[in-house]
Design a binder for this molecule. Structure first.
Ligand SMILES: Nc1ncnc2c1ncn2[C@@H]1O[C@H](COP(=O)(O)OP(=O)(O)OP(=O)(O)O)[C@@H](O)[C@H]1O
Length: 364
């Protein structure tokens, strides 16, 4: 099944209430914003993981520098918290260029975009986050700006309207999106370099945790870092957030040093389990297993059983459960996988009744 796990984040943005403020949510909260600037890698060498993207980007930037040219436009896609903003800042730093940061939802009118574009300096990097959420007229203006470094500003209305062309200095657009599939092909085609950011491996997240601990002046052992990395859902932002919560615990309840035991105990207090599931994720799995024998069960029934909105279950909890191979979405309803039973330490009904193992689980 080709399920887009990034819907997780867009739902978190949209859905109010506790689901949007999860410790394991991948969208930045106010706390994150305050510390993220200090934790951002400043150049490609410091940027951990994403080896292919790093290598390709390194070539693109070095070649542009050698030609004395502005770098090609770059499109970065991937879930929130994987480092798109960080990479855009690195692109600017590597090119020795200033950076301007804005986002699709902030650009409601073509005029908003014209004002930004016409004030760019030569070589400047324009980072446009959530580029898929830009308004249509602004998007169309962007086509011409990207290709010809020119915009037509329409003055007046109706038959008397005139288009005034404005020349722009060459600039590099770095577009970021959680949903590359939502971008219209004419926009996608105007990027010279497109990179998809993958979720990080536990080993890479361990390096992120060690690096952040060093910057935050926190003492942490190798096993402590591994414990945090394993619960971070493949996402550096979550790793950094869990590290801060574990640091609090280590300071208040221990001697400040993060060991494996301290990390595990602290994250148990915050209800983040060994695999990175939180209370909501586990409630969904538990209902599916204990009340419905592992499914199949309809989404609405499952949502009522856990006392959450249908959308919360579908868009906030399920994407990670699917990605982890704990839950499958089938035409007959939601079904738990054998890994789900194992994770919650439960025995599937057939296995319990007949001793035939987990075969036939999907026939429930
Ligand atoms: N490769 C990496 N190495 C080290 N730290 C990283 C890496 N990628 C991201 N981080 C850290 O994770 C945090 C979130 O990264 P960033 O803001 O760049 O993510 P993002 O993909 O732009 O998220 P969003 O889509 O929500 O804007 C930053 O504080 C950054 O320090």
């Amino acid at each position: 099944m080709n399920w887009d796990e990034t819907t997780d984040a867009t739902a978190s943005e949209r859905l109010a209430g506790p689901a949007a403020e999860r410790l394991v949510g991948s969208v930045a909260d106010r706390d994150d914003q305050a510390v993220e600037a200090a934790l951002r890698p400043r150049d490609l060498d410091e940027f951990i993981g994403q080896e292919k993207v790093r290598e390709q980007l390194d070539l693109v930037l070095k070649a542009a520098r050698a030609r004395g040219a502005t770098a090609d436009h770059v499109l970065l896609s991937g879930a929130p918290g994987l480092g798109k903003t960080t990479l855009s800042m690195i692109i600017a730093a590597e090119m020795g260029a200033p950076i301007r940061i804005t986002s699709g939802p902030a650009i409601q009118h073509a005029g908003d975009l014209a004002a930004i574009l016409s004030s760019l300096q030569e070589g400047e990097v324009l980072f446009l986050d959530e580029i898929h959420r830009m308004s249509r007229p602004a998007e169309e203006m962007l086509y011409m700006a990207m290709e010809d470094f020119r915009v037509d500003v329409i003055v007046g209305k109706g038959p008397g309207a005139t288009a005034i062309p404005i020349e722009l200095p060459p600039f590099t657009l770095v577009g970021a999106t959680t949903r590359a599939g939502l971008l219209p092909p004419p926009l996608r085609d105007r990027f010279g370099f497109t990179a998809h950011m993958e979720f990080y491996t536990p080993a890479e997240l361990e390096r992120v945790v060690h690096r952040s601990a060093r910057l935050l002046d926190v003492e942490i052992g190798a096993e402590g870092a591994a414990e945090i990395a394993g619960r971070s859902r493949g996402t550096p932002r979550i790793a950094n957030r869990l590290l801060r919560r574990v640091r609090d615990y280590a300071q208040v309840r221990a001697d400040g040093i993060i060991t494996r035991e301290i990390a595990a105990t602290a994250l148990a207090v915050y209800e983040v389990d060994a695999r990175g599931l939180d209370r909501l994720d586990r409630a969904v799995l538990e209902a599916l297993l204990k009340l419905f024998g592992g499914g199949p069960v309809g989404l609405s029934t499952l949502a009522v059983a856990v006392g959450e909105e249908r959308e919360t279950v579908e868009e906030v909890a399920e994407p990670f459960l699917v990605r982890e191979g704990l839950l499958a979405r089938t035409p007959r309803g939601r079904v738990a996988t054998p890994a789900a039973w194992a994770h919650l330490g439960l025995v599937p009904p057939q296995a319990a009744g007949t001793g035939t193992g987990q075969a036939g689980l999907f026939d429930a």
